[in-house]
Design a protein around this ligand. Sequence first.
Ligand code: GLY
Length: 371
Amino acid sequence: MTDRVRVELGTRSYDIFIGCGLLEQCSDFLIPILNRSKVAIVTDEIVAAHHLDTLVNCLSQSGIACDVLRLPAGEMTKSWPYLTQCVEWLLDKKIERQDVVIALGGGVMGDLVGFAAAILRRGIRFVQIPTSLLAQVDSSVGGKTGINAIKGKNLIGAFHQPSLVLTDISVLETMSQRDFLAGYGEVVKYGLLGNAPFFEWLEEHGHALTQGNAEKRAEAVRVSCQMKADIVARDETEQGERALLNLGHTFCHALEAVTGYSDRLLHGEGVAIGCGLAFELSARVGLCAQELPSRVRAHLKTMGMKVDISDIPGPLPPAEDLLALMGQDKKVVAGELRFILARDIGDTFVTGDVDRESVLSVLSEALSIRG
Ligand code: GLY
């Protein structure tokens, strides 16, 4: 069965199709949006080894020609040199404004190729085919595209909505358990930020997801995408409500920065730890019940995820340094740090009204557990 989630954005509305084996049927979804029988595909070398042949075979069986650019896998690819390479390659291939470029891969590919599409000829169309859980539930939806700056992640970019998102649940089978669980951090985020019944569902069915239950995986991806689609439809450019999608991210971005965006901490792992810290901070300032942070952490722990700062290997700087790094967060307004805090599971809000001392004490305590 294929689910369809619609992102309602007027003339820029698009569908997210979610199901098993969609890569093998990709032409059925692509043909209605193509202006000519030609596409460009940008992917990374690891994803290419697993999924490129399936995509290319399906396209060629339908008479659709494709050019393919393979880039190195990894966060370093989300940078000026690879953006330049991608844009110049698309120009070499004479990709026109009405053509479609396909981003086949995880969050790095989606963000990079989406940004290339946003700036090439002042905006060409692109399709997201996300191959990681994180990309399927978050980065492929909503049109945030970009690359990293030396001063921080995702600081250079544009809002540019895809024309279609094709989410094949079967491709998750090739993911490592660690990468899958990192993506699961973003899934949990949706329950925590605005859907308590979904969090309860995850508490009940989370293990089925890690054990490969495709039906439950599709359901988790559908609910996550529907929540994101609804929020993006109301607040495309993050003037308000969309910032809720950054639950846990203020802490996460600082932790990612001090671990050098390396294998020590994957983004989704940082989100999970950050969600725990956001609930801890909420309890500390008296917004939510004291036992809620433990409930959040208990679920992450039973899933086998990183839960606390102490789960990050290697040395970390003191709390003051982490707090200083949070100042580079994109949610900073007029120099004021903004946090997503919780009144309850599924009941969150954005605020700049958090005193520095409370944040420092939550961070100091989390760091002290490391011993
Ligand atoms: N990843 C958060 C957002 O798309 O707004």
